[in-house]
Design a protein around this ligand. Structure first.
Ligand SMILES: [Zn+2]
Length: 274
């Protein structure tokens, strides 16, 4: 895979379920459709998490999911019931709570099977995994290919890569748009918690960064990303990798600010010469 030499942003929305915050979602969806973005939607097959019960259930939920799928939006499997049952962080998360990590493989397999059974019944196809709380372990990664899932959205690094298990990892590093160097930057939103002003901020950010928003297919169509042992090592050390990516972003912004200051100084010098 050729690495992109530009800054690309992927949009990801988590906790899509029948009882999500539909009022806010309507505003988001309008922007997504207007801008013809193809976001990544983390859909919970059978939500049982009271924290995601924000609105009354949409009776036509799966019709809506199929409509998004038909638009070319990527539907990702977001666990099974979104219930945290273990106190394990797993491979890439920092917080210790999970629906999957720490459970025996056969229990995890059954959850994946039941989740995808619902997707299949509703004619949803998915090849992308987004774990609730980003928490899953090596057993989960080993099981996903059994279900046709080959892509994981998780991890603090700059470019997608293929791990030794032949899974493609697409990093997820941001929770709002911000300037970033060349790379693939996934901006993950949890709109169920949004306040009244956030849809407007989202719209403004999209005006600013929209030209660099791409779809997952665009990222993956570049071909198989290189297998990278360094990324694999780093990916499973979330505290280190998160620290590194944040430092990299800060340093990059600082250098950019430095360049801008220099530019202003040049402009001042020109003024003085006049
Ligand atoms: Zn979630």
């Amino acid at each position: 895979m050729k690495r992109t030499s530009t800054t690309q942003y992927l949009l990801r929305f988590d906790d899509i379920c029948p009882t999500m915050n539909w009022r806010v979602w309507a505003e988001i969806e309008t922007v997504l459709v207007q801008r013809q973005f193809k976001p990544l939607l983390a859909v919970v097959p059978d939500n049982r998490d009271p924290g995601l019960q924000v609105d009354s259930p949409a009776g036509d939920f799966w019709d809506r999911v199929r409509a998004w799928q038909d638009r070319g939006w990527t539907i990702a499997l977001h666990g099974f019931q979104h219930r945290y049952v273990t106190r394990s962080a797993g491979m890439v998360a920092v917080r210790k709570k999970s629906e999957f990590a720490g459970l025996p493989a056969e229990v995890q397999r059954e959850k994946l099977r039941r989740g995808l059974e619902i997707f299949e019944r509703e004619r949803i196809t998915s090849r992308v995994w987004i774990a609730p709380g980003d928490s899953f372990d090596a057993a989960t990664v080993a099981l996903l290919p059994e279900f046709g899932i080959r892509v994981i959205s998780a991890g603090y690094f700059r470019y997608p890569y293929v791990c030794p298990r032949r899974m493609t990892w697409v990093p997820q590093q941001l929770y709002y748009f911000r300037p970033a160097p060349a790379g693939v930057w996934t901006v993950c939103y949890h709109h169920n918690q949004w306040g009244a002003s956030q849809p407007r901020t989202f719209r403004e950010d999209v005006d600013q960064y929209g030209a660099n928003v791409v779809s997952l297919d665009t990222v993956l169509d570049r071909g198989a990303p290189p297998e990278c042992k360094w990324s694999a090592w780093l990916c499973t050390r979330p505290r280190i990798s998160r620290f590194l990516i944040r430092s990299e972003l800060k340093l990059w912004s600082w250098k950019g600010a430095g360049r801008r200051r220099l530019h202003c100084a040049d402009a001042n010098a020109v003024q003085l010469l006049r």
